[in-house]
Design a binder for this molecule. Sequence first.
Ligand code: FAD
Ligand code: UDP
Length: 386
Amino acid sequence: MSEYKFIVAGAGFSGAVIAERIANELNEKVLIYEKREHLGGNAYDFVNKDGIIIHKYGPHIFHTFSKKVWDYISSFTEWFEYKHRVLAKVEGKLISLPFDFKGIETLLTDKSEKIKDTLIKTYGKNKKIPIYELLNSEKEILKEFGEFVFEKIFLNYSKKQWGVNPLSLSKEVLKRVPVFIGHRDYYFDDPYYGIPNNGFTNLFQKMLNHKNIKILLKKDFKDDFKIKDNKVLFKGKKFEGIIVYTGEIDYLFDRKFGKLPYRSLKFEFEDYDLKEFQPVAVVNYPGKERFTRITEYKHFLNQKVKKTTISKEYPGEYTPQKKNFNIPYYPILNKENKKIFEKYLKEANKIKNLFLVGRLAEYRYYNMDNAILRALEIFEEIKQLY
Ligand code: FAD
Ligand code: UDP
């Protein structure tokens, strides 16, 4: 048996929170396996040659409705009070997202008053309405409006992002970006919000810098551990301690029920000798361009440097063995994949000392706060067993 009673696979938010709790609250030693060369999972960031903090795996903004999560995570960082605004380039104009009354006034000039009136009468002011609800509206004017917004904002963007029409995916996906009945020019409406003022990687270092925590970087959990006959084996022998696994669930079980599909991304970074490339951190491109969005990183912490760095985000199918698209960023939420996932979950549930947490292990579209909350909940379960 390993000298550690607690093993964590993955040093993203899910794994880091649990390791931190084990080390601090239980005062037990914990060993983390992380197959990448750094901490932080997809929230990892670094300082580039111009002093700009770059989110290596795409734009990450912390936001939550949960005071519990906010209080917990705020013990490892101070926050820069950043308000996230997202624009979308539509018909050559920059429209604010979520699509709101300003978007209607800009793109649907003739009918704008009638549409706004009907929206208010139907749903009330300041409501968030998922696009599929408008598409199914019995009122012709709202249905037409829904079709317009769907085509201009959602259809192409989502086809690029997911490789399929988004209406074939779980409603959870499009619900993330509703239509807003009123004027609003910010993306998230969570009460707790911000960017760690020294970046996400610094936050992870603060969480994990503890005498009880050892981290093995560039080391796959499966190099040492294996699942066989409903048991976890460590170098061939039954492991009696606790395993927290935050990687892909299908990979853990050698993909024996088939591959769980994910979407991946390729980021093309470009440096410019410009003070500013675009007016906000994120501009979405729901048109013909092959990329989905451009992120300009200096906006996140309002960094006053002479140069700027942007990334263009190209989605593609996750293929682990390829040079590009080899990171599983997004679970593809549909009925078929849920069925495959449930087969794996059933197998996992047979192993009492195995805990699955996070976006990959639970095949869920978690934001960072969801992953943290889930990790805190699973830690409570671990405590029961301990
Ligand atoms: P991950 O961050 O994926 O971490 C899992 C870790 O496990 C990885 O480091 C991986 O290398 C490691 N691992 C996997 N398998 C093994 C193994 N076998 N052995 C060892 N290590 C292993 N959320 C927000 O709240 N706000 C945002 O603005 C936001 N923007 C996002 C933008 C993009 C482009 C993406 C892709 C996600 C975004 N998210 C955002 C979601 C956020 O990234 C996730 O919620 C969060 O990363 C989940 O943490 P996790 O630990 O579950 O997974
Ligand atoms: N979406 C879209 N157009 C946009 C923004 C979002 O079609 O301009 C859809 C798309 O399917 C996307 C989903 O809404 O995957 C969720 O968007 P979100 O901004 O939450 O995506 P994330 O930041 O998680 O990539």
